[in-house]
Write a protein that binds this ligand. Structure first.
Ligand code: ATP
Ligand code: MG
Length: 401
């Protein structure tokens, strides 16, 4: 019987088979189903060529037609359908630009990275598992399909994928695959930063980060991470903390804390992280650096914002070796304190620059901004109530008007 998680996509397999082609569920969804984990995208592999898929379905999008992938929209949901293919020609240790379409499922499974990712499932729910992925899943082992050395030389990104799967699944890596990771780590120099970053971001989300970090270090893969050539110690130090439950952002900030101050921007830019994320991480970093010099009060909390404050506090307590239960307690207190703030941002103040100019009969200038900041602080610290009249009276009493 086809498991219920795949039922919604069953009509797609049936449609393709009606047109006399083969179609199977493959990759991450089959793996995660066998692991009893929630399923993300249900990917489908087929013997039909992309053009043939397009003629079978009315709603399609060419998301990666040159690699054989067509997105089919069915009942409002998108399914990636990829033609069986081989990636015969690998150049420069990277995924090839040209792929060869084939009609055999076995060969398609053979080009996949790890045995756990090389399992297909037909519409009856039967597995096609020539590389014994199910056995490896049961034994919690990540191992390449065929020779690890050959597979990492074809596409060096697979090394990063192995370690991010360790972080997500907590599996061990087979001895031969570990050996090959250490031997071929340097090939990551040929891989684009964007692809490495995408895998590392996934790694940072995993529940088994300590295991993944230990592997990054023991295999030497960490030498070849963007910006890490000169900052290897930072990765080593991070592995010493209780990092399992830290979020992606908290992990980035923890790494930053262990870098030299001058190299922070270069480090973050080397990963090509989005500007918005870099700015956020720098705010967490700066607040955390200063955290020893203040206690959270209304104004500190207001300035930081609750998201930054929580990230800072969790890191502060993690570095201090505090237990999760204590961290949760502190975070709850911070959240309660934040809820009590009379305003959450400058735009919540009940006066505007125009009010101030009118009250003082004075033209605008830097004084408006400065006075608004003073009012902001007084409102946050509850020296004055956040309404126009009270603020005006308070300004008069302080000789500001
Ligand atoms: P996730 O659940 O995180 O998406 P996934 O296994 O589905 O994990 P994808 O990147 O979505 O990972 O890839 C889908 C499938 O394509 C994989 O399961 C694997 O079979 C194959 N694959 C992906 N990247 C590679 C690669 N670099 N080399 C070989 N096969 C790959
Ligand atoms: Mg996937």
């Amino acid at each position: 019987m086809l498991p219920k998680q795949f039922q919604k996509a069953l009509p797609i397999l049936k449609e393709i088979e009606r047109a006399h082609f083969e179609a199977y569920f493959v990759g991450g969804s089959v793996r995660d189903y066998l692991l009893d984990r929630p399923i993300n995208d249900v990917d489908i592999a087929t013997s039909a060529l992309p053009q043939e898929i397009k003629s079978i379905f009315s709603k399609t999008v060419d998301v990666g037609i040159e690699h054989g992938t067509i997105l089919v929209i069915h009942n409002g949901e998108g399914y990636e359908i990829t033609t069986f293919r081989t990636e015969a020609e690998y150049k420069d240790f990277r995924r090839p630009d040209v792929v060869t379409f084939i009609r055999s499922l076995d060969e398609d499974l053979e080009r996949r990275d790890f045995t756990m990712n090389a399992i297909a499932m037909n519409k009856e729910g039967s597995l096609i598992d020539p590389y014994h992925g199910k056995r490896d899943i049961a034994n919690k082992i990540i191992t390449t399909v065929g020779s690890a050395h050959k597979r990492f030389n074809e596409d060096a990104l697979r090394m990063m994928r192995a370690i991010r799967f360790v972080s997500q699944l907590g599996f061990d890596v087979s001895a031969a695959t570990i050996h090959s990771l250490a031997e071929n780590a340097h090939l990551l120099e040929h891989i684009s930063v964007e692809r490495i970053t995408a895998e590392f971001e996934n790694l940072l989300e995993g529940n088994f980060k300590p295991k993944a970090f230990k592997l990054l270090i023991s295999t030497g893969v960490y030498h070849y991470l963007p910006g890490c050539t000169a900052s290897k110690e930072a990765i080593i130090k991070c592995a010493d903390y209780s990092i399992s439950s830290l979020s992606n952002q908290q992990m980035w900030a923890l790494i930053l804390i262990h870098l030299k101050k001058e190299s922070l921007q270069d480090f973050l830019k080397a990963w090509k992280l989005p500007r918005k994320k870099i700015n956020y991480l720098m705010k967490v970093y700066n607040t955390l650096q200063n955290r020893g010099n203040f206690q959270w009060d209304h104004f500190e909390l207001y300035k930081a914002g609750i998201e930054v404050a929580c990230d800072v506090e969790i890191l502060f307590l993690t570095i201090d070796g505090k237990r999760i239960s204590q961290q949760e307690c502190e975070i709850l207190t911070l959240k309660e304190m934040f809820e009590q703030l009379p305003i959450k941002s400058l735009k919540d103040i009940d006066v505007t620059g125009h009010d101030l100019m009118r009250w003082k009969s004075q033209k605008g200038g830097t004084w408006v901004k400065e006075l608004l900041q003073e009012i902001e602080k007084a409102v946050v610290e509850q020296t004055v109530e956040n309404n126009k009249n009270s603020i005006r009276e308070w300004l008069i009493s302080c000789n500001h008007l």
